[in-house]
Ligand binder design. Sequence first.
Ligand SMILES: Nc1ncnc2c1ncn2[C@@H]1O[C@H](COP(=O)(O)OP(=O)(O)OP(=O)(O)O)[C@@H](O)[C@H]1O
Ligand SMILES: [Mg+2]
Length: 295
Amino acid sequence: MSENAVEVNNLTKVFRTGIGNQYVVAVDNLSFHVKAGEVYGLIGPNGSGKSTTMKVVLGLMAASKGEAKVFGLDSGDIRARNETGFVPENPYFYKHLTGAETLKFYGKLCGMRGKALKSRVEELLELVGLENAAKRRLGGYSKGMLQRIGLAQSLVQNPRLVILDEPTAGVDPVGSREIRDLILKLKDEGYTVFLCSHLLEQVQEVCDRVGIIFEGRMRREGPLEELIKIETQTAMTLENASPELLEKIADLIAADDSASIIETGHPKTTLERLFIQIAGKRSKESKPADEKEAS
Ligand SMILES: Nc1ncnc2c1ncn2[C@@H]1O[C@H](COP(=O)(O)OP(=O)(O)OP(=O)(O)O)[C@@H](O)[C@H]1O
Ligand SMILES: [Mg+2]
């Protein structure tokens, strides 16, 4: 049996609104688990309870009912927090510190010192692709670079689990792609990633399993491929098919009693992929500002 990095069992979180006896049920009897080593995405519209769930898993908020566990430990347990890195929805950074100073600062907060801290900072800057921007102040970082330094900061004490609340919010498609690649790299390195987002296409590209939450309740859950597969349909993409060949195929299908063609045409790329093809090329030809500045 594989180990679970996160286990949420019948979690309910109720907030009193402060107006009379009114309350909000932010999370309603929610259960799911994140297996060690996988990338799990919790998706749902605004206000569906994603951040609240994460805060309970992080031990930042107590459950009204139910429980959350991290590697088998109660989420409030200090040992569970040692295993967990977190990048919040709107991370706050000290703008006057450089990238390297920021990581050093958080490393010291985690009790690291000396050579071990220095080499961890260098390792993390390289991991998130900011080694050339290490000596620049965060005030001059782009939103994508800030998200990456946030990710590096969350890994300072070498946790096994990383929790990312909307990791690509406000980041342009090229920056988002870098963060997605980074999430996949983290998975390759053995980290477990638990993220939440409402940017479905991005979730689709990185997550092994997905839970769809709405009004605090789990609506669908499972391996991504199974969730998005349309069981009764089959797609065939042909290169250089002549009109004659297409006609023959159509005739064959027409002769079959059960199958029918639903759609034919040229497959389209997504607007996002098109944008990346154009903007991604430009960033390779002329390196972005952060990489130009030699340290
Ligand atoms: N501290 C709080 N006090 C009162 N209500 C709260 C509090 N935090 C969250 N809520 C309410 O709980 C519900 C779930 O909020 P939550 O922030 O978990 O949603 P979310 O899925 O993260 O949304 P978003 O996509 O906007 O980040 C919302 O109705 C929200 O208004
Ligand atoms: Mg949120």
